[in-house]
Every structure is written in structure tokens, then in C-alpha cells.
Design a protein around this ligand. Structure first.
Ligand SMILES: Cc1ncc(COP(=O)(O)O)c(C=O)c1O
Length: 214
């Protein structure tokens, strides 16, 4: 409503939620973007993206032209990988959400964790909006380790089940120290770790974080 009142388009990056957990076009967005690299592909083996437009008008024609002239056209094999990944999307998302909810609850009760950022937790400032517009809360969990960057980097160096890497949406759980990735001008808190919660057993993920936080 704010965008439209100003004569602008509302564009939503729905990569983290996927079309299963949140439907931005139905909520008023004009354009929805997905990195198909992430949950839609689902196996960390393809790079791609998709734009979904509410209307096939002037904006769609312009985007098609930019894509054709710029050469951002996926290969047949990449399309096949994404198409194949989507077949298991509901089952994978159920696993990501189940695991992320368990990990977020564990972290929220941990004495060395200052804050957990997960829209599925009632304590999260985004919870009421997320509850209104999402069916579940996804697989991305961030948390702030007490004491800042050094203890957070210590946690990252001790995990064994999680892999230290950027990206998200694959079967394997990833962890990263965001401030290091973003560089000196970042506004991310120094103790913040971002996790892409994968499809391992939730007990293994919790045990791994518990040991790394000890
Ligand atoms: C929300 C979101 N959108 C888009 C992207 C971009 O994905 P890609 O690396 O496939 O361009 C990412 C990557 O991390 C992301 O987290």
C-alpha cells in the first residue's frame, strides 16, 4: 500500500520463504523474485533466478528484453535441476521448518546466546507480521553469541555437523559469521551467526551447537 500510494512497484524477494510458505502476489506485491539457487533447486548444485510478475504488461516486456539482451538465460540442464528440485520442495520445506523451529527454541534457552532471530519465535519482533502472512517460518535462523565477534568465531570454528559457508537452502546445514562476510562497513552485530538449517536430524544439529557453544 505504501509503495502503490507513492506510485512505485512493490517487489518482494521470496527466496527464503519459497512459494510454499508465503504468497507475495496475493499479499499485494507486483513482482516476486526467487534465487532458484536456494530452496527451489534445493541441492546446492545450481545457480539461477526467477522473477514472477502479477501482470504481463510493460514491466514484463522490459524485463524480458533485459534478460534476452543481457544473456541471463539459464541452460537446459540448470532448468532441469530446478524443475527436479521443486518436486520435493514441500517435503524439504517441512524438514527445514521442523529443524529450524527446534534449533531456534534450543538457542533461545541457551545461556551463552544473547538473542535469536527467527520469525517463528513469539519473542521475535517480526513474529506477528510473519504469523499473518506465512504458513510456517522457514529454515533460516540467526543468533547473537554473548561477548561479540571472538566467541562467535569460536563457535564457528568448533562446529562439526554445520559447514562454515555462505548460501542457504540445501540439505546440509551452513553457518557463517555475517560481519566477516559483509566487511568493515557492516551494520550486522559482531556476534551474529547466520545458519541455514538443513535436513540432518535436529538432535545432531542441536548437539553440535551445544558443544560449540560450551
Ligand atoms: C534472499 C536472497 N535472495 C537472493 C539471493 C541471491 O542468490 P544467487 O546467489 O543465486 O544470486 C540470496 C543469496 O544468498 C538471498 O539470500
Amino acid at each position: 500500500e505504501v509503495a502503490h500510494a507513492a506510485g512505485a512497484r512493490c517487489v518482494c524477494d521470496n527466496t527464503w520463504a519459497t512459494p510454499l510458505l508465503q504468497r507475495p502476489l496475493a499479499l499485494g506485491a507486483d513482482i516476486v523474485m526467487h534465487a532458484t539457487t536456494k530452496y527451489l533447486g534445493g541441492h546446492s548444485d545450481v545457480t539461477g533466478g526467477a522473477l514472477v510478475l502479477k501482470e504481463d504488461g510493460e514491466a514484463a516486456a522490459r524485463l524480458r528484453s533485459i534478460q534476452a539482451l543481457g544473456g541471463g538465460v539459464p541452460s537446459a540442464f540448470d532448468c532441469w535441476l530446478v524443475h527436479r528440485g521443486i518436486r520435493t520442495l514441500p517435503h524439504r520445506m517441512r524438514g527445514h521448518c521442523d529443524n529450524a523451529e527446534s534449533v531456534a527454541r534450543f538457542l533461545a534457552d541457551h545461556p551463552k546466546v544473547q538473542m535469536v532471530h527467527y520469525p517463528g519465535l513469539e519473542s521475535d519482533p517480526g513474529h506477528s507480521v510473519a504469523k499473518r502472512q506465512m504458513s510456517r517460518y522457514g529454515g533460516m535462523v540467526s543468533f547473537q553469541v554473548d561477548g561479540g565477534a571472538a566467541p562467535a568465531l569460536g563457535v564457528v570454528s568448533r562446529v562439526r555437523v554445520f559447514t562454515r559457508a555462505t548460501s542457504l537452502g540445501g540439505p546440509e546445514s551452513l553457518i557463517e559469521h555475517r560481519a566477516s562476510v559483509e566487511g568493515p562497513d557492516t551494520r550486522t552485530p559482531p556476534g551474529l551467526l547466520r545458519c541455514s538449517i538443513g535436513l540432518e536430524h535436529a538432535d545432531d544439529l542441536i548437539e553440535d551447537l551445544d558443544r560449540a557453544l560450551a
